[in-house]
Design a protein around this ligand. Structure first.
Ligand code: HEC
Length: 208
């Protein structure tokens, strides 16, 4: 064996050893001496790896003792009639973005219940512009988003409580926008409607 060949052999052996050492480390990192969540163990009599939480324990930041804010109901269980958060442009913009993402596929962009999923066969929800829903308190809408309603599932997992209130505020804005008496409109708005008379009944969702 020439010297060059010998050097190559030693080099490749060294590389192979290095590889072994490194995978060894990797394995150690993978199999740490700790219990994964819900893993069994022999530490406790019942075979569980961890202790049950002490009753009444609340994780930091998860104390939901503001009933009105988290359920939309007053202490006497009636639906609240006023938003428990400040109503401003930012809230409405947030509500619009969440409504368009999570509700419009069924309820339509203007809340008439004519979203794409409904057009493809899902149950037709009532329009938010019918009298009963225009008169429903804000807490009712919060409650439906939180708990679902009939065929509609709960959106509590997707939409955190503050965003739910933003959606509710936006629904109110939609309800107002679809029912403004003409005399309450600014003169330019009336002129605009009159000049587009034949398209005036087209919903904004279609008109873009
Ligand atoms: C997958 C389709 C779908 C989505 C998405 C959806 N809904 Fe619904 N929603 C329905 C249907 C269908 C009903 C009627 C259910 C029934 O009568 O069984 C309904 C009912 C409601 C009602 C009750 C109306 C009444 O008649 O009292 C409210 C309020 C409501 N939805 C709000 C929302 C809001 C807000 C969102 C978004 C966070 C949302 N929905 C998302 C399909 C949907």
């Amino acid at each position: 064996m020439s010297r060059v060949e010998l050097r190559r052999l030693v080099e490749s052996l060294a590389l192979a050893m290095l590889g072994l050492v490194m995978t060894g480390c990797r394995q150690d990192m993978h199999d740490q001496p700790k219990l994964e969540p819900l893993e069994a163990s022999t530490v406790f009599d019942n075979g569980a790896g961890s202790r049950p939480l002490v009753e009444g324990t609340v994780a930091r930041g998860q104390l939901r003792n503001d009933k009105l804010f988290y359920t939309g109901r007053t202490p006497t269980d009636e639906f609240v009639t006023e938003l428990p958060v400040e109503l401003d442009h930012e809230l409405l913009n947030r509500g619009q973005s969440r409504f368009n993402a999570y509700c419009s596929p069924c309820h339509g962009r203007v809340g008439d219940g004519d979203g794409m999923v409904v057009q493809r066969g899902f149950k037709h929800p009532k329009s938010f512009h019918e009298a009963r829903l225009r008169e429903s308190p804000v807490g009712y809408f919060f409650h439906v988003i939180t708990n679902g309603f009939g065929e509609m599932s709960s959106y509590a997992a997707q939409i955190p409580p503050d965003d739910r209130w933003a959606v509710v505020a936006y629904i109110r804005a939609l309800q107002l926008s679809q029912n403004v008496p003409v005399e309450d409109l600014a003169a330019e708005a009336i002129a605009k409607i009159e000049s587009h008379d034949e398209t005036a009944t087209e919903s904004p969702a279609e008109a873009h």
